[in-house]
Design a protein around this ligand. Structure first.
Ligand code: 0PR
Length: 386
């Protein structure tokens, strides 16, 4: 093929894809990246942070991005990486936990983790043969802290290595009571990892008027036991895929991840993935510098406004939200969500479903406009009538 033929052929494939701007993608935590990232991607497209000595500028950018993210997560001295996504970040955290446990001489690694945890933790469990304990959920779909407290007390001989808390769970957007969990973890010297893959770029920018009463939104390094946080720029950070983030409290955690890589410019490698692009790093840097705190606040506020709008509209048509929205995620009760989801797909609407409760799941990302919401609620009503 010549170049024109290649590009024409590719265009045909690309045209089969859905486009965020059409407003039909309602079940995705990704969105159209900020436009500046197109230029940045071109500038950094051959960079490889797998061999950072060759790309010193890009590595410096990564250090700066981690520092910038650390700053809004209340940590002035973070250590971490911009990696492929939340899955890699969570697996990296679990690898750290397992290696700390092994170093202490434990044969098994036991982790308390919510039922609502993302399936990336299941991959980690299977790969590293971890033992998971899943406390029951409260009425707010968060981990029951009293259960954790009792479990730790009743199992003094079977030490818990770590607790995972979620700040913005995949299905409902709920936030575990990480403040209370951190206290427990601190008292019992337990590692605490927080999965804020989605919530990390939302909660710090959430205006008070969107916060629910009696709800704890604290999740970051200001809580003493929090040792690592997953936070993904390629979700609400508006960076292009792949850009996930793993941040540790400080560099002391690096030794649990390093393997020897004698023929690279840096003779140790801590990330799971070897060859890795600098595009995510540079784009995250650029988008963060361009938007600043004000920019992210505006984006989050717009998404929250539209979240409340969706709930208002849905109620007018007789649909009921499972919970008051914590973040920009709406779950609408449905007796048979899989069937409704398929019927909606037949007429061009792509929502997703919850598994912890019978509900349709809608993520109100920046590409969703109020007109899309109006059209969607009508489409949902028509599907439910038939
Ligand atoms: N942690 C949480 C809390 C998540 O919600 C997700 C992904 C991950 C970790 C894993 O992140 P990566 O997918 O970046 O590895 N949550 C979304 C989900 O599973 C991912 C997604 C995004 C799915 C866009 C579909 C989609 O169209 O629903």
């Amino acid at each position: 093929m010549n170049e024109k033929e290649v590009l024409d052929a590719l265009k045909k494939y690309r045209e089969m894809d859905l486009k965020y701007e059409d407003g039909r993608i309602l079940g995705s935590m990704c969105t159209k990246p900020h436009p500046i990232s197109k230029k940045i991607s071109e500038m950094f497209f051959e960079t490889n942070l797998g061999d950072p000595g060759l790309f010193k500028g890009t590595k410096k950018l990564e250090d700066e991005v981690i520092q910038m993210m650390g700053n809004f997560l209340n940590n002035n001295n973070p250590f971490g990486y911009i990696i492929s996504g939340g899955t890699e970040a969570n697996i990296t955290a679990m690898r750290t936990i397992k290696n700390i446990s092994r170093k202490k001489g434990n044969k098994t690694t036991t982790v308390i983790i919510p039922e609502t945890a993302h399936f990336s933790f299941e991959k980690a469990r299977e790969m590293m043969d971890l033992q998971y304990i899943k406390p029951p959920l409260t009425d707010y779909y968060t981990m029951d802290v009293k259960y954790i407290k009792d479990y730790i007390e009743d199992n003094k001989n079977n030490k818990i290595d770590a607790i995972v808390g979620i700040a913005g769970c995949t299905e409902l957007g709920t936030i575990d009571n990480i403040k209370a969990i951190s206290k427990l973890a601190e008292e019992n010297s337990i590692y605490l990892h927080v999965d804020a893959a989605f919530g990390g770029f939302v909660i710090p920018f959430l205006e008070d008027k969107y916060k629910l009463n009696n709800y704890n939104y604290e999740f970051d390094f200001s809580l003493n036991a929090v040792s690592s946080i997953t936070i993904d720029p390629h979700k609400m950070g508006l960076a292009p895929i792949p850009a996930g983030g793993i941040l540790f409290r400080d560099i002391s955690f690096k030794k649990y991840l390093d393997v020897e890589a004698p023929y690279l410019t840096d003779i140790h490698q801590a990330t799971l993935i070897g060859t890795r692009t600098g595009i995510g790093v540079a784009s995250t840097w650029g988008v963060m510098k361009l938007l600043g705190e004000e920019g992210y606040k505006n984006i989050v506020s717009e998404c929250m406004d539209k979240t409340y709008y969706l709930i208002k509209k849905a109620k007018e048509y007789g649909f009921k939200p499972v919970i008051d929205p914590v973040l920009n995620i709406v779950a609408l009760e449905d007796e048979n969500p899989s069937e409704t989801c398929l019927k909606l797909r037949e007429i061009g609407w792509y929502v997703s479903i919850c598994k912890c409760v019978g509900a349709l799941r809608i993520i109100v990302m920046p590409h969703i406009e109020k007109e899309h919401i109006d059209e969607f609620v009508e489409a949902l009503a028509s599907v439910k009538k038939n």
